[in-house]
Design a protein around this ligand. Structure first.
Ligand code: PSU
Ligand code: MN
Length: 342
C-alpha cells in the first residue's frame, strides 16, 4: 500500500486541472466537427472518468461480425470498472466520440468496404472535408490519441501498438502511433507492439521521442516488453509498473510537469490465453515474408490476416482476450487518475 504524494488534492493541483476544461470547450464549440454521444457528453459535464477506445481494430483487425460483438464488450468492460467508454471513429464524414450501438454496428459492418478507411493524423481532415461519398474510418491508436487529446480524454485502451517495421531503416515504415504518442499527453494501455515489428528499433525511436515506456509486472522480477500474443519478447522493459494506481500517479506527474508527451503502459496478455513465443516466432516470420510485397497502411492488416490463417484462428481469441483486459486496466487507470485530480 503506497500513500499519495503530498501534492495530491492541493488547491494548486485543482487550479492546474482547470486547464482540462478548456479542451472540453474545444469540442463543444466546434459544431459539426465532433459528434459526442449523450453518455460521453454527460461524463464530460460531470467530470467522470472517460476511457477512449480505438476503432481500426474493428475495421481493419477483427473479422465481421465478431468486431461488433467485441466493440460492445469493450464498452461494457470499461463501464464495469467505473469508466465511461468513448469509442472514437468516423461515420459518414463525422468524427464520433462515443457511439450508440446502431452507430457501432454501422461502422463495424462497413469494415472491408471501399469507403471505410484506416485513420491516422494525415487522413483526418480529408475524411471530414473531401467532396464525394461520405466516408467511414476506424481510427488507429495515432488517430485516437489525436482526437482524444483535442477533447480532454487522457487514457485509451487498445490492442497492439504500431511501431518500426522490420526493414524500416530502408522503407521508413514507422507507425504514426509513435510520433502521436510523443506529441500528446496521453496514457495508452496496450499489450505490446504488434508481434511482427522491429522491437529494439521501436524502443529506440520512443526513447528519442521522450515517450515513457513501462510494463505491468513485479519490480523484483525481470520483465520483458510483452510480445503481444506472447508475454515475452526477449527485450527487457525499461520500466516496470505494478498497478493501474501506480500508472495513474506516473501519468499524473507527467501532466503536472507538462512534459507534453505520452506514457505507454504495456499490459501483457493474460497467461491462460498466450501463444508461446516459440510457437509464434516461425508463424510471424512466414506471415511477414508472405506480405512483404504489400506496403504502406495495408501491410499491417495483411500480416494480421496471414497470422489468423496460420494459427487457425487462435490469434483472434488471444487478441480478443488481451484487448478486453486492456479495457479493464485502462478503466482502472483513469478512475484512479480522476481520484488524484480531485
Ligand atoms: N490491431 C489489429 N489491427 C489493426 C491495428 C491493431 O488487430 O489494424 C491497428 C492499430 O489501430 C494501430 C495500427 O494503431 O494498426 C497501426 O498501423 P500502422 O502500422 O499502419 O501505423
Ligand atoms: Mn506504417
Amino acid at each position: 500500500e503506497s500513500q499519495d504524494p503530498e501534492w495530491v488534492g492541493s488547491p494548486i493541483v485543482r487550479y492546474e486541472n482547470a486547464g482540462l476544461m478548456k479542451r472540453f470547450v474545444f469540442a463543444a464549440t466546434r459544431p459539426g466537427l465532433f459528434t459526442i454521444s449523450k453518455e460521453v457528453m454527460t461524463a464530460m459535464e460531470e467530470m467522470k472518468p472517460i476511457l477512449g477506445l480505438e476503432t481500426a481494430i474493428y475495421t481493419h483487425g477483427f473479422p465481421k461480425p465478431d468486431n461488433y460483438q467485441l466493440a460492445l464488450e469493450m464498452e461494457e468492460m470499461a463501464r464495469q470498472h467505473g469508466a465511461v467508454p468513448a469509442t472514437i471513429g468516423i461515420l459518414n464524414g463525422k468524427i464520433l466520440i462515443g457511439m450508440e450501438p446502431e452507430q457501432l454496428k454501422e461502422l463495424t459492418e462497413s469494415a472491408g468496404s471501399e469507403n471505410t478507411h484506416k485513420i491516422s493524423r494525415r487522413d483526418l481532415a480529408y475524411h471530414i472535408g473531401a467532396a464525394g461519398p461520405l466516408l467511414n474510418g476506424g481510427t488507429t491508436i495515432a488517430g485516437t490519441i489525436l482526437i482524444s487529446s483535442l477533447t480532454g480524454i487522457r487514457v485509451i485502451a487498445t490492442g497492439g501498438l504500431g511501431g518500426v517495421h522490420k526493414g524500416g531503416e530502408n522503407s521508413l515504415d514507422i507507425s504514426a502511433d509513435l510520433t502521436e504518442l510523443s506529441r500528446n499527453q496521453i496514457a495508452v494501455v496496450t499489450s505490446g507492439m504488434k508481434s511482427f515489428l522491429d522491437t529494439p528499433r521501436t524502443m529506440e525511436f520512443l526513447e528519442t521521442q521522450g515517450v515513457f515506456v513501462s510494463t505491468f509486472g513485479n519490480k523484483t522480477e525481470k520483465v520483458d516488453i510483452p510480445g503481444f500474443f506472447s508475454r515475452e519478447s526477449g527485450y527487457p522493459s525499461p520500466y516496470v509498473v505494478e498497478s493501474p494506481e501506480e500508472a495513474a500517479r506516473i501519468f499524473f506527474a507527467n501532466g503536472r510537469l507538462e512534459l507534453g508527451s505520452g506514457n505507454l503502459f504495456f499490459n501483457p496478455i493474460p497467461e491462460e490465453y498466450e501463444i508461446p513465443k516459440s510457437e509464434m516466432d516461425p508463424i510471424i516470420a512466414s506471415a511477414v515474408e508472405k506480405s512483404s510485397s504489400i506496403t504502406g497502411k495495408d501491410n499491417t492488416p495483411a500480416v494480421l490476416n496471414e497470422i489468423v490463417k496460420q494459427t487457425e484462428g487462435r490469434s483472434i481469441e488471444a487478441n480478443r482476450q488481451l484487448v478486453l483486459n486492456n479495457a479493464k486496466v485502462g478503466a482502472q487507470l483513469v478512475v484512479e487518475l480522476q481520484r488524484l485530480e480531485k
